[in-house]
Design a protein around this ligand. Structure first.
Ligand SMILES: Nc1nc2c(c(=O)[nH]1)N[C@H]1C(S)=C(S)[C@@H](COP(=O)(O)OP(=O)(O)OC[C@H]3O[C@@H](n4cnc5c(=O)[nH]c(N)nc54)[C@H](O)[C@@H]3O)O[C@H]1N2
Ligand SMILES: Nc1nc2c(c(=O)[nH]1)N[C@H]1C(S)=C(S)[C@@H](COP(=O)(O)OP(=O)(O)OC[C@H]3O[C@@H](n4cnc5c(=O)[nH]c(N)nc54)[C@H](O)[C@@H]3O)O[C@H]1N2
Ligand code: SF4
Ligand SMILES: [Mo]
Length: 732
């Protein structure tokens, strides 16, 4: 028996509608093939290599089929998941009793977008024990998106329509590969090709000829880390040449004069020298962007990682605002809701709100909770710093600190210091290897799925999410493997709460921080009648614009409507977008006062390391799948041939990549798309800190090059994870 069924790939936020071939495997449904779904109205048959490897991800040998408990001698032995829930709950309770609720922290990683109840019920458990130490990967990603939204305000009409755009600006993102902010995430390469064919100008700011830069009409192949200067320079030119949208600014913004004064020093020649790009090219980029009728600017992880992450995103927002690059009254809204509650898009500002300095306070670096969430880069220090409030227990939900947190050595010390480390995962991840309990979870195709997360990602910043009221629901299409004992993440927390007699209240947000499109959805979870995942989905979708039942009628997904129109502003609305936030203006002055030439001239560490995504891996996921890693399970160090010559290394040579504090071992791969002087690698590879020598098998952990307490953002704690000065030396 074999059948082909529509379902949703939930490996990344694109949430592609796909077709799964399901075969009978002695009475269980096993997925053997995944392809694109030509009958899906939005994705039209598109998939990427990761989606096509879903069968291998579900069925590979290394998959975790049983929960594990660490034994006194350090090795892991299977434990029944129900037993594990009881033991973990008891240990958490004992830690709370002894050290207080703050001593228990949760960390939620990236895959939770594909498991929409995991973080929510985990958070409910946290609230039930009274801890606010809830961290996510967001503050080691692009926290500047939410901080800048808080400081600038948010345009309630949303961003312009890519399908009608005549210019588009990408600053350090490569959405053809990442399907992240910047281009429509549904076959982005094809969407870009169509846009270029109809004459849209693409401007890309990137130190390498990325997949997007290759398709650009203007590519500013800058030094890394100078995006704030480039953006300030573009704003300078647009204001100086009177190319900004005066009417939009007068009606909707404040702080314009302050911004104009703050960017005055960022002349084309100054920026050109600083960023290593031609001044004429910068001016052309500014003019093409400002003169277009429909255009928008987006940024990504590149600039976020290379310092001043909030300022960069703030300037992206200001650039959009001074050009009026937002959707206006009477135009089609680009992110209408389908599985999210209905809201009325309006051509007006949502005013700035508090970005930090509230909620839980950290004991290190004066950091607090923020509009982007708790500062994850400081969590290892919170675990290591003795004293009142020290974090003693960490529960990771689909996250991999040992692969993804900055400063891997410190992270490992922190993990080893904990009294209790628990991780919910689908394989023995690098973190799992250090954990006291590893809770084996179902994978996406073994659980029902829906596209609500793919929609809700719009709350993280502009340029991301579905471009119309698209929705899809899929039942579980596969059964768990024979002989396995796997839990759904939410259920693990439910079982723990049940054991401890705690009431859980599941809350769903429809926005980010203070910006919410609909009231929080709050539902107590019954202790007498245990819910199912289906029932939880029904609760989350209770106020969806399109009822879940309706979505279920279209197994291949459906576009419910494409022309929700942005309304006029409320007559009484006085709210404005702020282009002159004092903290951001002060940072601009700080940048201007830097002796950038001496900052750039670091003879002992002459190269600059930057991160970039790999098409075949989703952060640390996929490395164990041969179909994805091929014969190369490591992350190469990409180097320009000129730099390889200077350093004296050839293709495939082994090198040490050193900072003043640490070094990693890597295999060189020539890449002439890089700006000379810049080297690159993908993150979330490598083993534990004492396994450097296994880099030919595991790759290298680039987080080892990052320091969390030296060069970090004072608001979110985000450290310098790109534009890192390094020296590359051949291995003997
Ligand atoms: N040096 C450096 N550091 C970085 C970055 C960088 O570019 N350079 N990028 C940063 C960014 S943007 C991010 S978002 C973070 C990512 O940080 P994390 O989210 O912590 O890292 P991932 O590797 O995505 O971890 C996902 C874990 O979840 C597991 N998993 C996969 N599917 C499931 C599932 O269905 N259920 C459960 N329970 N688990 C599952 C995987 O096996 C893996 O162990 O890393 C950040 N760190
Ligand atoms: N295939 C795949 N897709 C993914 C992921 C994955 O691991 N694999 N991870 C997911 C996650 S968690 C995230 S957060 C998103 C990230 O999505 P993106 O932000 O689009 O990440 P990248 O594709 O790495 O693109 C970043 C670009 O920035 C450039 N860059 C580096 N430093 C600088 C700099 O200082 N300035 C400028 N202007 N550019 C710079 C790099 O060359 C690279 O082209 O991708 C998501 N999608
Ligand atoms: S782009 Fe993302 S959602 Fe689509 S198939 Fe690839 S991994 Fe899956
Ligand atoms: Mo990310």
């Amino acid at each position: 028996m074999s059948e082909v069924v529509p379902t949703i790939c939930r490996l990344c936020i694109a949430h592609c509608g796909v077709l799964a071939t399901v075969e009978d495997d002695n009475g269980r449904r096993k997925v053997t093939r995944v392809t694109g779904d030509p009958d899906n109205p939005l994705f039209k048959g598109y998939t990427c290599p990761k989606g096509r490897a879903l069968p291998e991800l579900h069925n590979h040998e290394g998959r975790l089929l049983q929960s594990m408990k660490r034994q006194p001698d350090g090795h892991h032995a299977p434990i029944a998941s129900e037993r594990a829930a009881v033991e973990v709950a008891d240990r958490i309770k004992a830690i709370v009793d002894r050290h207080g609720p703050r001593s228990v922290a949760f960390y939620v990683g990236t895959p939770n977008a594909g498991q929409p109840t995991a973080a929510g019920v985990g958070n409910a458990f946290m609230r039930a024990i009274g801890s606010r130490m809830f961290f996510t990967s967001n503050t080691i990603d692009q926290p500047g998106k939410q901080i800048s939204m808080a400081l600038h305000g948010k345009w309630l009409g949303g961003e312009p329509d890519f399908e009608r755009a005549d210019a588009w600006l990408l600053v350090g993102n490569n959405p053809i590969i990442s399907k992240s902010a910047g281009l429509p995430g549904q076959n982005p390469a094809q969407k870009l090709k169509e846009a270029r064919a109809r004459g849209m100008e693409l401007i890309v700011v990137d130190p390498r000829v990325s997949d997007c830069a290759r398709k650009a009409s203007i590519h500013l192949q800058c030094r890394p880390g100078e995006d704030h200067a480039i953006l300030a320079g573009m704003i300078h030119i647009i204001i100086a040449e009177q190319l900004y949208d005066r009417a939009f600014v007068e009606e909707n913004a404040t702080g314009f004069e302050k911004l104009a004064a703050a960017v005055a020093g960022f002349t084309p020649d100054y920026v050109a020298d600083r960023a290593g790009i031609p001044a004429e090219q910068l001016a052309e980029a500014a003019r093409v962007f400002a003169r277009a009728r429909v255009r928008h600017a987006n940024s990504g992880t590149g600039p976020s990682f290379s310092g001043y992450c909030n300022l960069k995103d703030y300037l992206v927002a200001c650039l959009n605002t001074i050009c009026g690059a937002w959707t206006r009254a009477g135009e089609r809204v680009t992110r209408p809701n389908a599985m999210l509650p209905a809201y009325t898009p309006r051509a007006q500002a949502f005013p700035p709100f508090k970005a930090w300095g509230f909620g839980e306070k950290l004991r290190v670096r004066g950091l607090t909770d923020t509009a982007a969430g708790m500062p994850t880069a400081a969590l290892a220090d919170e675990i290591l710093l003795p004293g009142e409030g020290q974090v003693k227990a960490l529960v990771c939900i689909g996250g991999n600190p040992m692969a993804a947190w900055p400063d891997q050595r410190k992270t490992q010390r922190a993990m080893e210091t904990l009294e209790l480390l628990v991780t919910l995962d689908v394989e023995m991840s690098t973190t799992a290897r250090l954990a006291d309990y590893v809770i084996a979870c179902k994978q996406t195709l073994e659980t029902p799925g829906m596209s609500q997360s793919g929609e809700a990602i719009k709350y993280f910043g502009s340029g991301i999410g579905f471009p119309n009221a698209y929705a899809q629901y899929s039942p579980a299409v596969a059964d768990v493997p024979h002989g396995s004992d796997l839990v759904e993440e939410w259920d693990f927390f439910y079982q723990m709460a049940d054991h401890l007699g705690l009431e859980l209240t599941f809350a769903t947000a429809f926005g980010f921080s203070r910006y919410q499109e609909a009231p929080f959805e709050v539902m107590p979870l019954s202790r007498t009648e245990k819910p199912t995942l289906e029932a939880l989905y029904e609760s989350i979708c209770a106020h969806s614009r399109v009822p879940l039942e309706e979505v279920k009628r279209y197994p291949h997904g459906y576009i419910f409507d494409s022309d929700v129109i942005v309304r006029e502003r409320d007559p009484g609305c006085e709210d404005r977008l702020d282009c002159g936030n004092d903290v951001m203006m002060a940072q601009l002055q700080e940048v201007l006062s830097q002796d950038y030439r001496s900052m750039q001239d670091t003879p002992d560490y002459p190269l600059r390391f930057i991160p970039r995504r790999h098409n075949n891996f989703m952060n640390s996921s996929g490395r164990s799948i041969r179909k994805l890693s091929g014969d190369k399970p490591w992350n190469p160090l990409w180097m320009h041939p000129e730099d390889m010559r200077d350093v004296g290394v050839g293709e495939g040579d082994r090198v040490r990549v050193a900072t003043p504090h640490d070094e990693i071992l890597a295999v060189v791969e020539g890449d002439d798309t890089l700006r000379p002087g810049v080297v690159a690698s993908a993150h979330a590879f490598g083993g534990l800190v004492d396994e450097d020598e296994r880099y030919g098998e595991l790759g290298a952990n680039t987080g080892r090059l990052v320091r969390t307490d030296e060069d970090y953002d004072r608001i979110t704690g985000m450290p310098l994870m790109g534009n890192i000065p390094v020296a590359v030396r051949p291995c003997e």
